[in-house]
Design a protein around this ligand. Structure first.
Ligand SMILES: NC(=O)c1ccc[n+]([C@@H]2O[C@H](COP(=O)([O-])OP(=O)(O)OC[C@H]3O[C@@H](n4cnc5c(N)ncnc54)[C@H](O)[C@@H]3O)[C@@H](O)[C@H]2O)c1
Length: 353
């Protein structure tokens, strides 16, 4: 029997628990995984999890929970600013953990946590569930088969409801907390960045109490393999007409448009050049006339990410985990380099791990 606990019983924990209750009989019970403990500093939240599951015990202190339950597995679902001693203690105790992104707000701290993970030989996964599934496989395959010169990522959205999100000191800001998913997918498909230069702007978001982060950022990225990228992320959207969530991977005679979790559209070399007086080959206006080949994703991939991690713990083989802590820290480094560039001005090298 393996005992699984939750640390943090807020929004994303509810999502994981909801998934788990969906596959409890077919997966958790079958593999002897018990939902044993739920910890939140807000007692009602932990109790609500016990009520939902119909078993397990609620706690307000993770150490007490760890002492009493002696869990094998933890889902760490706390806000970005809360990482630190909690993670260190989890891994010192040899508990395998699925850690929600971003894994911390400070790279020295994340590096220290990584050292403890390595010393204690625990299995980890970071909550980059978008890496799993068909559309991410296709993006990675596209980048392996074509020499991608340019990546253009755009993600515009609104402001999440949690109190800590709009305070940059607590969340890290939009790039670190939210659009890190998009930065991570580009890393997964194309490879690692070397340096970034980010501009941020404010003044488009109004009437949000305690709001003190950028409304929009644009980053220029240089990748190890020579490609360049522009990444723009904003949280000023107030209506669906504004929103966009797309990564374009562009190679010499083809491109892939990746719509997060939803679909990819391949515009390949079979596209016919558009005919007509307005198109002059070689002047930069050459473009294909086809609609592209659409492949739909399977939708939400959270359950795949969770089960991949749980299987790794059950078998002791972490090879199928697409984002262990040792990799998740690199996406954190990418996004924190953008913050540093905004703060200092100019180009910042991305720290390597
Ligand atoms: N992977 C994804 O797609 C995804 C989606 C949403 C959120 N997240 C991430 O999940 C994390 C949590 O986000 P959320 O929306 O669930 O936040 P939330 O505020 O809804 O929930 C966090 C919970 O953690 C609790 N908590 C804080 N410190 C604690 C401690 N020491 N011990 C026990 N409980 C503690 C809080 O009381 C709160 O209930 C964030 O890092 C966020 O970026 C990931």
């Amino acid at each position: 029997m393996k005992k699984l606990v939750f640390v943090g019983c807020g929004g994303i924990a509810e999502y994981h628990l909801g998934n788990m209750l969906g596959y409890k009989a077919d997966f958790l019970d079958k593999h002897g995984i018990e939902l044993a403990g739920f910890c939140d500093i807000i007692p009602e939240r932990a109790q609500a999890f016990v009520d939902k599951v119909g078993s397990g015990k609620a706690y307000t202190d993770y150490r007490t929970m760890y002492d009493e339950i002696q869990p094998n597995i933890a889902f760490i679902c706390i806000p970005p600013y809360c990482h630190g001693e909690l993670d260190l203690e989890t891994f010192r105790r040899g508990i395998h953990a699925y850690v929600e992104k971003p894994v911390a707000l400070d790279l020295d701290l994340a590096g220290e946590i990584l050292d403890v993970i390595r010393r204690n030989n625990v299995i980890t996964a970071v909550g980059f569930q978008c890496r799993y599934g068909r559309v991410s496989d296709l993006a990675r395959q596209f980048c392996a088969e074509h020499r991608v010169a340019f990546v253009d990522m755009t993600r515009m959205g609104g402001i999440p409801g949690t109190f800590w999100w709009q305070k940059k000191e607590l969340s890290g800001g939009q790039i670190v907390e939210q659009t890190i998913h998009n930065f991570d997918i580009v890393r997964y498909a194309l490879g690692d960045p070397i340096e970034v230069c980010t501009f941020g702007t404010r003044g488009f978001v109004g009437n949000v109490p305690d709001y003190d982060t950028e409304d929009l950022t644009t980053t220029i990225v240089r990748f190890e393999n020579g490609a360049l990228g522009t990444f723009s992320t904003g949280c000023y959207a107030e209506g669906p007409g504004c929103c966009e969530n797309k990564i374009v991977f562009s190679a010499k005679d083809c491109r892939l448009d990746y719509h997060l979790l939803d679909k990819v559209v391949l515009y390949d070399s079979s596209a016919k050049e558009e005919e007509g007086a307005s198109v002059v080959k070689g002047d930069g206006r050459m473009r294909g006339s086809n609609e592209g080949v659409v492949t739909k994703g399977e939708g939400d991939t959270g359950s795949i990410a969770e089960q991949t991690f749980l299987k790794a713990v059950l078998t002791g083989d972490p090879s199928q985990i697409r984002s262990p802590y040792s990799d998740g820290i690199k996406s954190l480094a990418f996004t924190l380099a953008c913050n540093e560039s905004m703060a200092k001005g100019g180009v910042v090298r991305v720290r390597t791990f």
